[in-house]
Design a protein around this ligand. Structure first.
Ligand code: SF4
Length: 425
């Protein structure tokens, strides 16, 4: 049976409402779930109100992997308290209270794109007034304009430009590294790598190898959308196919590059298709860990933004994803994707307050300070375009967790103590 992510039974909403009211969990209040390892499951199976969850609770407590059917039980359960506590159990086993963020710059070097994904409000035709296209020298100027002391990561992803030649891309990375050798460049989604393979007539592995030689450190997780063919044909039919996306990440891992993985949810996909997406990533990660000793750093669910794109117009959709859907999705990911080091909340898409709540639902990373995001904001994201380092620290501390400033490789740069809020900027 096909299950819609939107028509959740009413008890889900009531349970969620009860949770928020009873927990007193709202922004700026320092409160959080009691540590699961100490209280939640020690002889406490009676608090599991969904009998279907009891064998799953036992498996997660024992550190065993869940099957696909068990993953679907997590999506279906009305027992949100148990779902949250299970996700928190996995999260705290891996990271305790530590919550990671990066001091970063986000840069889109062009919004000109020929691909035509129906969910996208960012892409422009080259003749449109809102189109931009930076040369390598202009990219360096843009980095300079956004640069702040302590920034470690430059995150770039952009449109598939119809005219740029291959040399433009390694030259851009080399120019950035010449001006800012300390910056770790995380750039080019697997969809972009496939595009570069086509225009250069090189294999995707060769493209990755040459970009790495130019100074590329890591790959972002974009372009994954939803792997299921049924959905991909409707939202991204001209984009890299699912198997190729996965192959490119495997190739990046084989070069020692670490990558992320995203999932765009909240449009036409079913819950089975979400879990299928997670399942394919879990399988690839198993292979990368065993073959190369490392692979994905983080899984990042991206909430569909309903403004300015044809998919939303065709669906008549003006609503954003619900907070409950966002949290359930993160929790299922944390429990099911047991070999991913981090589940990341992207505060740009779900907002700072829900990001705080998500730290109890399996999330251990909240991305970065960003300095100008344009892709989600073109589609209606209502969050700020950037956050200061102090804001990130406060966001995490006010949710009762320990902020950890990391770099693009997840090396810990600084662990913030409670009295360091004011000193963070
Ligand atoms: S999502 Fe990316 S590839 Fe698709 S149309 Fe937008 S910019 Fe182009």
């Amino acid at each position: 049976m096909e299950r819609s992510p939107y028509k959740l039974p009413s008890q889900h909403g009531l349970a969620s409402l009860g949770y928020f009211l009873l927990s007193g969990y709202y922004p700026r209040i320092t409160w959080r779930t009691p540590p699961v390892t100490e209280q939640a499951y020690t002889g406490s199976m009676e608090y599991v109100t969904d009998p279907n969850l009891r064998p799953i609770v036992a498996k997660v407590e024992a550190g065993e992997r869940l099957s696909f059917a068990e993953g679907m039980q997590l999506f279906d359960t009305p027992d949100l308290n148990t779902l949250m506590r299970l996700a928190n159990l996995v999260r705290e086993r891996m990271h305790g209270d530590k919550t990671y963020f990066v001091h970063s710059i986000r840069l889109e070097f062009t919004n000109i794109c020929y691909v035509g994904c129906t969910f996208c409000a960012f892409a422009a035709h080259k003749d449109e007034a809102r189109a931009w296209d930076y040369s390598p020298a202009q990219v360096v100027q843009e980095v300079s304009r956004r640069y702040l002391p302590g920034v470690t990561e430059l995150h770039m992803s952009s449109g598939h430009h119809p005219n740029h030649k291959w040399d433009y891309y390694p030259e851009m990375v080399q120019s950035i590294k010449a001006a800012y050798p300390e910056l770790q460049v995380k750039a080019f989604t697997a969809a972009e790598i496939e595009h570069l393979s086509r225009i250069s007539k090189k294999s995707t592995l060769q493209v990755l190898t040459e970009l790495q030689q130019a100074g590329l450190s890591a790959m972002p997780g974009g372009g994954a959308e939803i792997f299921a063919d049924r959905v991909r044909k409707q939202i991204a039919k001209n984009k890299v196919k699912a198997d190729k996306w996965l192959q490119i990440h495997d190739e990046a891992h084989s070069l020692g590059m670490r990558t992320n993985a995203t999932m765009l949810y909240g449009h036409i996909e079913t819950l089975e298709e979400r879990l299928d997406h997670m399942d394919r990533l879990r399988t690839l990660q198993d292979g990368s860990l065993s073959k190369y000793g490392g692979g994905f750093h983080a899984f990042i669910p991206l909430a569909f933004q309903p403004m300015g794109n044809t998919l939303a117009q065709n669906l008549g959709k003006t609503d954003y994803t619900t907070g409950l859907d966002d949290l359930r999705n993160l929790a299922v990911a944390r429990i099911y994707m047991d070999n991913f080091p981090h589940i990341k909340s992207y505060w740009v898409m779900i907002g700072s307050e829900l990001t705080q709540v998500s730290l109890d639902w399996g999330v251990s990373d909240i991305d970065g300070t960003i300095q100008e995001e344009h892709i989600a904001h073109a589609a209606g994201a209502t969050s700020p375009m950037a956050l200061s380092q102090a804001s990130m620290v406060k966001m995490i501390q006010n949710a009762g967790r320990v902020p950890v400033l990391r770099d693009a490789y997840y090396n810990e740069i600084k662990v913030f103590e409670r009295n360091e809020i004011q000193a963070a900027d």
